[in-house]
Design a protein around this ligand. Sequence first.
Ligand code: SF4
Length: 433
Amino acid sequence: MTLFYIETYGCQMNKAESSTLVSLMIEKGFCETKDYQEADIVIINTCSVRKTAENRVFGRLGFFKRQKRFRPLDIVVMGCMSQRIGEQLINSHYGIDFVVGNFNKEKIPELLLHKRKGEKGLFIEENTVIFPDPFPEESNPAKAFVTISHGCNNFCSYCIVPYLRGREVSKNSADIIKDINRLTSLGVLQVTLLGQNVNSYGLDKHDIDFPDLLKMIVKETDLKWIKFMSSHPKDFSDKLIDVMATEDRVASWVHLALQSGSDRILELMNRKYTSGDFKEIVRKLKSSIPEIALTTDIIVGFPGETDKDFNDTLDMIDFVQFDDAFMYKYNERDNTLAHKEWVDDVPDKEKVARLSKLIDIQRVINHSRREQRVGKVYEVIPERLSQDGSGKVLGVAREEFMVLYDGSEDDFGKIVNVKTTAANGSSLVGVKV
Ligand code: SF4
């Protein structure tokens, strides 16, 4: 029995792709282990969006290289780092056996099955995108991710993704329906549709657009909850807001990446919307869907960001009252327009200070948003027993926040109603009703 261990870095799409790879490996007779010490194969699914993510992977590669000195171990590196610096990785001192880029991942089980002793390989050609079959999440089989588009056409000036995942390709709507029907037959209650920009789904194929895809899923499947990410504000249409407001099974949660509240910085970022456009979307969402939860991504310290620009971002988070936010310091990525055109001129000390101020303010908003939800009844999909041994269950709401409630393992695989009784940090506490 050959055991493999997989480590995943980066976005939800990487997590979905790792989960699919696990299932494909198992189909080929490999067994997954959660303990790298007993693994015969280590697979690292990498991210290149930030330097810090790459540095962590280099640290792990050094660690596994040392393991390889004492026992036979195959090392596979896949994902965006493979696409970006595949040649460098395969020729490095880390002892990597296969480097597999974003267009060749489905080859991995076969490569490992037929691997000869000492064989090495680099597979980073930009082939036709193959959308592999999605599977229920390992950690919660009531949930799954379905990738509906691959790549991105937007070229935000700071972002390396279009250079590593190529131009946007949408999956056929009929195949998405087939995937979801297969997943619901396996007990999946919630699917999160994934794409770098789900709102431009279908535009490359002149197939149906994203709001019509949501309506089609509602009509042609029994899926209970439909979630999606990420949304680009420039493509977030009134038609989509109408579908969200009228179709109960489309969850009341939007991850809408703001990146900056300053119009000047948004223009330099090539985001193609203004702070006014963003506010307008938020106003419409809140008035059409009162329970809507909004989450976002924000970058601080973009080249040339002044105190005034940063204050515009603070004003925006005060206006929107996001339920949660992922906040980062800008770091340069090779080949991007920002790297070529502008000096990374905000001192690191200043970036750290702005980031920590932003995090502190958002933490207060997170808590206040949770408090506003106390005393209401929410539908929840149970995730796991809480780790404190209290026997409580941690679940995820339609609005994507976490709820800890008195429940039992019998709840798994069902949607339960929970009345919230208190806000606890970034989650809520409640009782089953
Ligand atoms: S929309 Fe912008 S930030 Fe998102 S993947 Fe595309 S280029 Fe990157």
